[in-house]
Design a protein around this ligand. Structure first.
Ligand SMILES: C[S@@+](CC[C@H](N)C(=O)[O-])C[C@H]1O[C@@H](n2cnc3c(N)ncnc32)[C@H](O)[C@@H]1O
Length: 193
């Protein structure tokens, strides 16, 4: 599993956890929050996943606060994606369209503990979503997983799955508490009602 290319692993994640039956559009708007240097893999994975289902990417937006993370991704994706250097706290001011699918890979919730910050970000995400949109959040450890579930519920998302991801990546470290840190170890799937 660990040796698999990231877009193929994400392709499996989408197949496993997204059900497009309730989203009656051919062309979908996709949002990747805190995309970092994963934007290219997530874009490719959505491309594979949607084309197999005869659906297409209409608009692909990746947001990250860190310019350095986005420069290489802009070089690779070019015109295919709108990669924006911005704080996700300002999403509804930045974006005009509404979105059908959202990915948040490893949001660093426990690292950036600024009071109210993540609460605001999840509220902002909720605002820019289409009804019945899917959100997929992954985490490499429990300290980010638990607050993310709480924050999603507080932001009125319906959680439809939470727990171990069937398609995790590699172990890259071990926490001070002895938890094995594994890419996309946990997954939370939520919907806007
Ligand atoms: C742990 S990295 C994950 C990157 C990528 N999603 C992945 O799964 O590998 C977290 C990313 O979130 C970005 N980030 C943190 N706070 C943010 C904010 N308020 N708005 C937008 N991006 C943010 C960071 O710059 C970083 O690129």
């Amino acid at each position: 599993m660990g040796l698999q290319s990231p877009e193929l692993r994400w392709f499996k994640i989408f197949n496993e956890y997204i059900d497009l039956d309730n989203i009656p559009y051919k062309c979908l708007n996709i949002l990747d929050i805190g995309c970092g240097r994963n934007a290219k893999w997530i874009y490719l994975a959505f491309n594979l996943y949607l084309s197999e289902k005869e659906r297409y990417i209409n608009r692909y937006v990746g947001i990250d606060i860190d310019l350095k993370a986005l420069v290489p991704e802009k070089g690779i994706l070019g015109e295919l994606a709108h990669l924006i250097v911005a704080d996700a706290e300002n999403l509804s001011r930045l974006l005009k369209d509404t979105y059908h699918l959202v990915v948040m890979g490893h949001p660093p919730i426990s690292t950036y503990r600024e009071r109210g910050k993540w609460k605001k970000i999840f509220h902002e995400i909720y605002k820019v979503l289409n009804r019945k949109a899917f959100l997929i959040l992954t985490s490499f450890w429990i300290p980010d997983l638990i607050p993310s579930i709480y924050l999603l519920e507080r932001s009125r998302f319906l959680i439809i799955h939470k727990g171990r991801n069937r398609y995790p990546g590699n172990q890259f470290d071990i926490s001070d508490d002895g938890e094995r840190l594994i890419e996309d170890k946990y997954i939370v799937v939520a919907r806007k009602l």
